[in-house]
Design a protein around this ligand. Sequence first.
Ligand code: SAH
Length: 446
Amino acid sequence: MKKNDIFEIEITGMTDDGRGVGRINGMAVFVPYVIVGETARVVIIKALKSYAVGKLIEVVKPSPERRKAECPMFYKCGGCAMMHMSYERELEFKRGVVKDCVERIGGFSGLGIDEIVPSPETARYRNKSQFPVTPDGIGMFAPHSHRLIELDDCVIASGECKKIISAVKFWMKSEGIPAYDEAARSGLVRHLCVRTACGGTAVTIVTAKPELPRAEKLIDELKAACPNLTGVIQNVNPKNTNVILGKENRTIYGEPRLMDKIGSVCFMISPQSFYQVNPKQTERLYSIARDYADLKGGETLLDLYCGIGTIGQFMAERAGRIIGVEYVERAVSDARENAKLNGIKNTEYHAGKAEEVIETIVKRGCRPDVAVLDPPRKGCDPKLLKTLAEIPTLKKIVYISCKPSTLARDMKILNSLGFSPKRITPVDMFPRTPHVETVVLMSRVK
Ligand code: SAH
């Protein structure tokens, strides 16, 4: 098999990132935008020793689950991967990914996986969107590249984004503000980030240098485009990096933080702090975690990787004491302030790495009953899992994960340390993308 060869191929499986898989002479070929059961004509764009990558030319035999994508840019933009299929098929795929990881990586067989919790909205559900800005315009990067696909809207982003993109484009063009050019390492504007919440909309404009010429004109344009604008932040990121935000934030208009509400609990969110992106599903996700924690009152709850303190404070009513750990300092100060805002007095927050802070507080005699873990995609440090398992009072672990493979790896470790899985519930936080969130309850084996 070589580059530019054309084949007709039957799709027999899917990868975790939503690409179809078929075989030609036993060799796996990965093809985006196809569905299991379809036959597709593909051209080979990459042929390696152990696998190949194909580009879809035509679907020869379409699946009954095939749909017209709701976004005109779907087949170019790298943001979504599932718009060519029905939402029901997408949900089935996601539950299948969780099941497969739990069985294959976790080594568990015969465990029941709950039905996936569908998102009430599959469009306009995101409260935060980040758009790269390059000399080619404002938009998204094509899959696995830094080639910019210009967009004037994003179907899964909030309605404000369209008007804000247009306002920033107009400002750059009319004021002669240059976009940052990654290759030449010159120019100014690198990213546009928009976050919306109950309290309004905050726009962060990421620049390569500290100066921001004609900022007052930008603010006027944004105010006109977005009546609920509450803040404009300039973030300075001079580094040659893929990380979007730099260290320095300057508020150039209004209030940098946004206020949001989950259930009856309020949260202030700083631009640097993590916050779940699908607000309706966040409430469901946290409610499931709260059910699994099943606090009776009086227990000590660990909220590890706590961000701005959301999960612990959502469960605070029934907890004796909440101990949160988070390594972004700004998020920790948000968490402390949010506890005050909500009149919750039984919280304490520590800034630092969960795996290090836990060791220290356990040595000092802290005896938690339940731990909630909500780590980033790479999962937990095994040291943390070991420390948790050694706490004699700890009976339950509620693990919330945005990556099934690392979740399954950590479940296997926890299982070897004396915890067994009781419930596994996938939640669709990210419709139309291949990502899936999962809540797992693990209890100590008596
Ligand atoms: N539970 C929160 C945040 C979850 S996202 C919520 O639902 O909103 C994961 C969080 O873990 C992020 O805030 C990130 O900054 C933090 N984090 C990443 N690695 C960490 C570590 N080793 N120790 C503590 N916090 C960490």
